[in-house]
Ligand binder design. Structure first.
Ligand code: SAM
Ligand code: SF4
Length: 465
């Protein structure tokens, strides 16, 4: 693939769109932007295999737009134009049309808040102007409606704690996480450092008069910690929060004793993730769990009154629509409060690449899940897309009975600052009046995190000064 443009800030977006269209090595794109008396002319020349296509278009922007908005509106128009050209050349359409690199719901919210469009016409504008498919465009306003718990207030923050350790590595996984056997002897030291960072966070929170609204302990697999380790960690997190989640994704790490510790410290929500209910697939994807473990840990969680989320993935190696439908059917029988439907993202970091799922096949799975969940009282409440998701699809979180996860909404919509602790954790600081977001990442690997903890804490203090 060869992309040449005289507007270097567009190169990445053009490449992302071309990748979503599945172009091959021979693909070439040349783009030129010229400005003449306030009129912009965009010229594209596309070539792939034996096909070539040249297109150009001109437009002038309305004078009353702010400079920032002008830039993003222009970029959007240019991408739609490239989308149309690629679509024409390759005879293909994408579920999310010209959208890449931005969360669809965040874009919709920006467009509404800036007065560009009214909420009532979001799906129409997404479909008509951004080339989003009707089914996906309809999802966007539904999600906006279900995100009413967003409270914009620069003093209201979320706290995230990362435990990047898992019992074993699932072959499809692209997250940075360590197998327990590799880091077992460092876990105690890791917790010492984590607790040191949490203490520094506590000082920041007090100094800035922040109010912690939610806590989320994610990973990896936080439930891999022993009862004693969980007791020690949770004992440090004594904030009176509205919502407290601990990811217990792998059911083979859950015990009644651990859930009792979570309950003792006020945890309100956990996740128990089947990914699929087909045990042959579980074996194929190197996930050493059994359906019986999901059922047993779910029953333990319900006995203790936790809100439960279950994650599944569409497009797992070797799975066809029929198998995926059985997973949805089982989920609906269990009826957890939250269900998150992911589409497989094929990344370099994972052991197993895509095996067999076609774009059309996975799209039918995601459509089936959406229809079945909506028909059974679930509502979509957050959505995000990752690079290299099969078919250019998305991940959607569903809830029932008003049990949304506030942290998921805050982090996806980037409405509240997040103070994040642990290896690989990323803090975000939202400056809402200036409409600006700053991000800061901790050292990715456990060993570096441990050896650089004092420096990490100093940087964190500076970041939240
Ligand atoms: C950060 S992981 C942690 C969850 C937990 N460790 C577990 O495995 O149950 C969160 C979720 O991301 C999803 N996920 C992981 N790798 C993925 C991939 N390559 N494509 C799509 N979803 C993926 C899985 O559904 C997983 O439950
Ligand atoms: S999917 Fe979860 S358990 Fe599996 S390797 Fe990734 S983070 Fe760990």
């Amino acid at each position: 693939m060869d992309i040449a443009t005289n507007k270097t800030e567009y190169a990445q977006e053009f490449e992302n769109l071309a990748i979503l269209f599945g172009v091959n090595e021979s693909f070439k794109l040349v783009h030129n932007e010229r400005e003449d008396n306030g009129v912009l002319t965009e010229e594209f020349a596309l070539a792939m295999d034996d096909k070539t296509l040249s297109k150009s278009f001109s437009f002038s922007l309305e004078g009353n737009l702010s400079e920032l908005k002008e830039k993003s509106v222009k970029k959007r128009k240019v991408k739609v134009f490239l989308y149309d050209a690629l679509s024409q050349m390759l005879g293909k359409v994408l579920p999310w049309g010209s959208l890449t690199g931005i969360r669809p719901t965040k874009l919709a919210r920006d467009m509404i808040e800036s007065g560009e469009i009214k909420e009532s016409i979001v799906s129409e504008v997404f479909e008509r102007e951004l080339r989003v498919s009707r089914n996906k465009a309809k999802l966007v306003p539904m999600i906006l409606r279900n995100q009413r718990c967003i409270i914009r207030n620069d003093n209201l923050v979320d706290l995230y704690i990362n435990i990047p350790v898992c019992p074993t590595r699932c072959y499809y996984c692209s997250f940075i996480s360590n197998e327990l056997s590799r880091v077992k002897d460092k876990l105690g030291l890791y917790l010492d450092c984590l607790i040191k960072e949490i203490s520094a966070m506590r000082e920041i929170i007090a100094r800035k008069a922040y109010i912690v609204r939610t806590i989320y302990i994610g990973g990896g697999t936080p439930s891999i910690l022993s009862e004693e380790q969980l007791d020690r960690l949770l004992g440090e997190l004594n904030f009176p929060v509205t919502e407290f989640t601990v990811e217990c994704g792998r059911p083979d790490t859950i015990t009644a004793g651990k859930l009792d510790v979570l309950k003792k410290y006020g945890v309100t929500r956990i996740s128990i993730n089947p990914q699929t209910f087909c045990e042959a697939t579980l074996k194929r994807i190197g996930r050493q769990t059994k359906n019986a473990q999901v059922l047993e840990s779910y029953s333990l969680a319900l006995q203790r009154g936790f809100v439960v989320n279950m994650d599944i993935i569409a497009g797992l190696a070797g799975e066809k629509l029929g198998v995926f439908k059985r997973t949805i059917k089982t989920l609906l029988e269990l009826s957890p409060d939250n269900i998150t439907v992911h589409t497989l993202s094929v990344k370099n970091g994972s052991i197993l690449k895509n095996e067999g799922a076609t774009d059309n096949g996975v799209s039918a799975m995601v459509d089936f899940a959406q229809k079945a969940l909506l028909e059974n009282g679930y509502k979509p409440y957050y959505l995000y897309r990752q690079k290299n998701q099969l078919g250019g699809l998305e991940n959607v979180g569903y809830f029932k009975d008003d049990k949304v996860c506030i942290f998921n909404i805050d982090s996806m919509e980037e409405t509240n600052s997040i103070l994040a602790c642990g290896a690989g954790a990323m803090s975000k600081r939202i400056y809402s009046t200036e409409k600006r977001i700053e991000r800061q990442s901790n050292a990715k690997f456990i060993e570096d995190y441990i050896s650089r903890i004092d420096e990490i804490i100093e940087k964190k203090k500076e970041f939240f000064k």
